[in-house]
Write a protein that binds this ligand. Sequence first.
Ligand code: NOJ
Ligand code: MG
Length: 582
Amino acid sequence: MATRALMVVTLLAFCGCALTVAAKSWWETASFYQIYPRSFKDSDGDGVGDLNGVTSMLPYLKEIGITGAWLSPFLKSPMADFGYDVSNFTDVDPLFGTMEDFERLLAKAKELDIKILLDFVPNHSSDECEWFIKSAARDPVYKDYYMWHPGKLVDGKRQPPNNWISLFYGSAWQWHEGRQEYYFHQFDKKQPDFNFRNPAVREAMNNVLRFWLEKGVDGFRIDAIHHVFEIEADEDGNYADEPVSGWSNDPLNYGYVRHIYTIDQWENPHLVYEWRQVLEDYRAEHGGDERILMIEAWSALDIMMQYYGNETAEGGQIPFNFQLISYLDRNSDAYLYAEVINRWFQYMPTGRTPNWVIGNHDKSRVATRFGVERIDLFNILLLTLPGCSITYNGDEIGMTDVWISWEDTVDPQACNSAQEGYEWRSRDPARTPHQWSDTANAGFTTGQKTWLPISEDYKLVNVKRQRSVALSHLNVFKNLQQLRKTATLQDGETEVKALNNNVLAVKRSLRENYTYITLLNINIFDRIQNFNLHEHFADLPAEFEYVLITDRSIKRKGDKTPTSSVTLMPHESIVLRSSVRV
Ligand code: NOJ
Ligand code: MG
C-alpha cells in the first residue's frame, strides 16, 4: 500500500464532528478516453489519423471533461494488425509522425492537465522486429526471445508441434524457413509471441516501460495479458494439445479447442506485479503523480481480481471491467444490468477502485449493439457509477458501426479466413474516422481518401452539430462531466438495483450530504415507466430534483418530482438529487 496516495485529509463538518477521508489518487476519479489514433484526426491529408491530429484535438478532450486518455499503438509497425504488431517498441511510426510530435503531444496534454497512457503490447512483436529477425538467425542473445519448436514428424512429414490455434484463424505455429523451426503466435502470423520465461525478455520489456516513463507518460494500457504465458514445455520440450471444445467443427477455428494452456496461466498476474514495481521504482526516484496500469484481460472475474494485486504485491490499478460488454445485449433486462454491475463490487477486494467500460476498438459500437436510443443511457451509467469511466472515442456523440464491404475490409481478424461470416469477425466497422463536422470527410482529413470509409450519417452525427443542439449526446456527456465534477460522484456509498424488469436505479449517497439517484429506462419496448421510489429505497425524502435530463425527457433540469411517483419516458435516463443524504 505504500504506493497509493494515502494522504489523509481531515474534514471538519459543520456539526463539528470530524470526518476522515483518504484523498483519492488522480486516476480513481478520472474520466478516461480511448483514442484510436488512426481514426481520430488526420493532420497531413494522407487519410490516416496521426499524433499531430491528436494534439490538435486535445482541447476537445478538455472540453468534454476528459482527464486521461489511452492511445492505441502508434509505434513502428508494418501494420499487419494496425499497430498491434510492433517492430520497434521505442520509436514512432512515420505514418503517425515523429518522436518530437509525441513529445509535443505530451507537453500539450500536461498543459491541459490530461494524463496520457501508452498502449503496451507485451505478448508479441512484429515478425519485422529486429529482435525476431535476430532470434530467427539464432543470435545467441535473442535466440530464445520467442517460442520456437522443431515440430513433429508424422509419416515423415513435418507438422506443427501441437493443435494450438491462433485467434486470427489457423494453426498458431508458423514454419520459419530461415530457422527451420516453427514459431508460436496467438494472433496473426506476423505477431510472434515472446517467450516470457526468458528473463532477458522480461528485462527488455521492463526497459521499454522505463523508456516511455522517461518520456513522461502517465501509465500504460497493457494489451492481451491473458495470452502472455503458455504452459511450460515438458522435459522433451513439447507442449500438450488443448482439449477439443465441441463448439466448432472446423479444427482451424479458434473455438475448436479449449485454451487451457494458452490463456490465463497462473504466472500472468505476476508479470503485472513486476511492471507495477517498475512504475513504482521510477516514481520513487523521479517523483510526480502515480503512474498507472490498465489491464486488458478477457478472463473470469476471480482472475480479473488478481490483476489488482494482493497483500504482498500491487498490480494494475485498472483491470478493465468488461462485464457490461460481455454479459449485456439489447435484450437484457434491468435485473441483469444490476447483477452484472454488482458482481464487480462483490468480487473487488476492499480498497480497490472500480472502472466501467462499454466500448473499444475491438467491439461493435455501443450505439449499434444496444441501439442509438441507449447512447445517453450508457454514458450516464458509466459516469455516475463510482470509480473511473473509460469512453471509446466517438461514443460521446453516438457514432455507430459502419458497414464495410468484404473488398474494403482490412482487419486481419476478418481477412484471414473465408468471406463467409467476415462481418461478425471484422473490427473495422467500429474503427471508422471520427466525425468532427459536416464538411468533406467529416472534417477528419483534408485528403480525398480515408483508410476506412466515413459513416454516411456524418452530416447529422458530428461534434460540430452536437455542440449546438441543447440535449445532443455530446451535451449530455458534457453535462454529466459537469455534474461529476461538482458532485464528486465518485465518493460515498452506492446501491444498484432493478426496480422492475425495465428500470435500473443507481443510488449514490455522497459525503456532502447529497443523495443522487440515476434512473435508466432500459426497456426494450417503448414504454413509459412510473414507480414509487419509496418502495425500493428506505428513508428517502418526499421530493427529488432533476439534475440531468436527456432529449427523451419532458421535464426540465431543476424541476421537482414527488418520490412516490417518478415517471420515465421511453428510453429516458435521468439523474435526480436531493440535498438530504440517506
Ligand atoms: C487486443 C487488442 O485490443 C487488439 O486490437 C489486438 O488485435 C490484439 N490485442 C493483439 O494485440
Ligand atoms: Mg496522417
